[in-house]
Design a protein around this ligand. Structure first.
Ligand SMILES: *[C@@H]1O[C@H](CO)[C@@H](O)[C@H](O)[C@H]1NC(C)=O
Ligand SMILES: *[C@@H]1O[C@H](CO)[C@@H](O)[C@H](O)[C@H]1NC(C)=O
Ligand SMILES: *[C@@H]1O[C@H](CO)[C@@H](O)[C@H](O)[C@H]1NC(C)=O
Ligand SMILES: *[C@@H]1O[C@H](CO)[C@@H](O)[C@H](O)[C@H]1NC(C)=O
Length: 306
């Protein structure tokens, strides 16, 4: 009882100490990119900026990994490209009214990278240390408020399901059970490590406030309880994709072209836009839940660990 009370007081104290934010600075990959958009609609940072009345400064880029020194698919990484872009922009942002977010890992752990052993000697420990180091690097650049979004349960996405079909994500021969289990290990281990590393780092950064956003838990809940989140006009669907496209093994789309995506209000029935990317309604949920954490402190899916 006393523990519960003190936890409650602690979370109320966090909420009371949070400022009214005015600026949102985003880093990450295609999940967060606002120029090359992959959710079939409006991306989550734009929704969050609207829900919480924030000015958005977007630096996330599709295909990005955390660092080219660990894994790279040749797209702009957080460390070697996105942070330098942020520095070059020379934004004059008020320290106490700006929140910085990072959602990274999907490409780092994916095929062509860790899942298929393409970076000899590199493991999920390295990619996770890199992601957590983003907090330290941005702190040194003046950031004080952070939202660290952990990896979603990629193993539940159409790309890495046990019965996954060949898709744009991967269409050479593979053992889908091994991919599924490998992805389960990578996201579970990476998230456990990032949480521990952040709790270790937080006390060394005076004045830093770090929210750990449990994307993994939120997306697993969307998979298991879709009617709480999805609201389109088609039957709710958490295993397929609104813009699904089956490939020939080692070839292109079956029949020579992808079928047209699901359209209109049916789209909001799908958790996934394509085999790897969350759809627009899932992105609205992400935005809504982060907006809650910025306004209220701790929530079901976010914990301010400092
Ligand atoms: C990853 O490694 C496999 C096996 O060696 C190779 O076939 C593939 O081309 C590599 N992929 C990338 C993106 O380097
Ligand atoms: C696929 O991988 C699973 C899990 O590692 C293994 O049990 C199974 O034997 C593999 N199947 C084939 C055909 O290699
Ligand atoms: C979900 O969507 C896929 C298309 O990606 C479709 O093949 C499948 O039948 C749908 N499942 C349900 C339960 O509607
Ligand atoms: C689903 O809910 C969102 C709010 O979360 C709303 O913006 C959207 O229009 C709804 N979709 C449909 C098809 O009603």
């Amino acid at each position: 009882m006393r523990v519960v009370t003190s936890l409650l007081l602690q979370s109320l104290a966090v909420a009371a100490s949070l400022p009214k934010f005015k600026h949102l600075v985003t880093f990450g990959d295609s999940y967060t990119d606002t120029e090359s958009v992959w959710d079939g609609g409006v991306p989550w940072p734009v929704y969050l900026a609207g829900y919480a009345d924030l000015t958005l400064h977007p630096f996330a880029r599709a295909g990005g990994t955390c660092s080219d020194k660990v894994t790279t698919l040749g797209y702009p990484s957080v460390m070697e490209s996105q942070i330098p872009d942020f520095e070059s922009a020379k934004l004059q942002l008020p320290q106490d009214k700006t929140v910085y977010t990072l959602w990274i890992g999907t490409n780092d752990v994916g095929p062509g990278a860790l899942l298929t052993g393409n970076f000899s000697g590199k493991t999920v420990v390295d990619t996770t240390k890199c992601a957590v180091d983003w907090v330290r690097v941005m702190y040194d650049l003046g950031a004080r408020y952070f939202v660290f979004q952990n990896m979603i349960p990629l193993e539940l996405s159409p790309a890495y399901a046990v019965d996954a079909y060949p898709s744009v994500i991967w269409h050479t021969e593979r053992n889908t059970t091994a991919f599924h289990l490998g992805m389960l290990e990578l996201t579970s281990a990476g998230n456990a490590i990032s949480e521990l590393l952040l709790r270790d780092l937080a006390p060394t950064l005076p004045g830093a406030h770090i929210a750990y956003f449990n994307s993994h838990g939120l997306f697993a809940d969307m998979c298991h309880n879709p009617s709480r989140y999805l609201n389109g006009t088609a039957p709710l669907n958490v295993t397929g994709a609104a813009n699904a496209c089956v490939y020939e093994l080692d070839g292109g789309p079956v029949g020579g072209a992808c079928p047209p995506p699901v359209s209109g209000s049916d789209r909001d029935s799908y958790l996934w836009w394509d085999e790897l990317h969350p759809g627009e309604q899932a992105d609205r949920v992400v935005a809504r839940e982060i907006a809650k954490a910025l306004a209220q402190g701790d929530t079901q899916w976010a914990e301010w660990i400092s």
